[in-house]
Write a protein that binds this ligand. Structure first.
Ligand code: NAP
Length: 251
């Protein structure tokens, strides 16, 4: 069994806010050094500052290959070689299929799918060199199908296939790859959904929670906890899995 690198370096994408910020904070509490990556470095800095010395803020668009390569090189130089990657950055461009613009399809697949591919391709060499690595990709219950989200559901289902393939290809190097698939989580993303369909936020949370078996909305920390489990050294025999963190099987 290969030992975990001392104080591994993690990159969490889309970590300026929401699930990514909570995950960055949680991994730092677990003892990791964390690169907080988001589109705008200034936005990422608030999360990095909340963590303290063991974090840096990095600005990059995960769907841009050159920016991804430069960001990973910077993390390696300033924090150390990354051996933990959380592909969390995400966007929604919801619409019913007949009204969905080609640009909305491309944008969503570009961030979730191409972004996860580019980030993982750039980071995997450091994991292979270390003989140890953890990749955690954010999927969603929408992967099972969701009205108005043909682009997003496709991307989130694709993330699961991507993850299982990473598990098969990279397992021999001590690297695991798993998915966390959240259900309804309180975040800016779900606030935007409520606004788009014209339902007051409190009403939206109430209605969604009523349909969830554990009768509450998910919090960003619920997802951070699941990511933390997959990153832990003790989860080294768990790979290629999808864990739905949804207060039930699929809400
Ligand atoms: P969020 O609050 O909207 O945060 C997403 C973050 O990703 C933002 O900081 C955003 O930056 C960043 N981002 C967007 N495009 C990017 C790009 N090209 N490169 C780098 N960063 C980028 O979303 P969230 O609710 O925390 O969701 C996090 C992940 O969980 C996503 O993958 C989402 O699909 C998934 N998820 C969420 C829920 C939920 O209920 N919230 C459920 C299932 C799955 P900007 O602010 O600059 O746009």
């Amino acid at each position: 069994m290969t030992d975990t690198p001392r104080r591994p370096v993690a990159i969490v994408t889309g970590a300026a806010r929401g699930i990514g910020a909570a995950t960055a904070l949680r991994l730092a509490q677990d003892g990791l050094r964390v690169a907080v990556l988001d589109l705008e470095e200034a936005a990422a800095k608030s999360t990095a500052d909340a963590i303290g010395e063991s974090a840096i803020a990095v600005g990059a668009d995960v769907s841009d290959a050159a920016e991804v390569e430069a960001a990973v090189a910077r993390v390696t130089e300033e924090l150390g070689a990354p051996t933990v990657l959380v592909n969390n950055a995400g966007i929604t461009r919801d619409n019913l299929l007949f009204k969905m613009a080609e640009s909305d399809w491309d944008a969503v697949l570009g961030v979730h799918l191409k972004g996860a591919f580019l980030m993982t391709r750039a980071v995997q060499k450091h994991m292979v060199d270390a003989g140890w690595g953890r990749i955690v990709n954010l999927s969603s219950t929408s992967a099972l199908g969701n009205r108005g989200q043909a682009n997003y559901a496709t991307a989130k289902a694709g993330v699961q296939g991507f993850t299982k393939t990473l598990a098969i290809e990279l397992g021999r190097f001590g690297i695991t790859a798993n998915c966390v698939a959240p259900g309804f989580i309180v975040s800016d993303m779900t606030k935007a959904t409520a606004a788009r369909i014209g339902v007051p936020w409190d009403q939206y949370v109430h209605d969604r929670a009523a349909a969830i078996p554990v009768r509450r909305a998910g919090q960003v920390e619920d997802i951070a906890n699941a990511v933390s489990f997959f990153v832990d050294d003790r989860a080294g025999f768990v790979s290629g899995q999808v864990i739905y963190v949804a207060g039930g099987p699929r809400n």
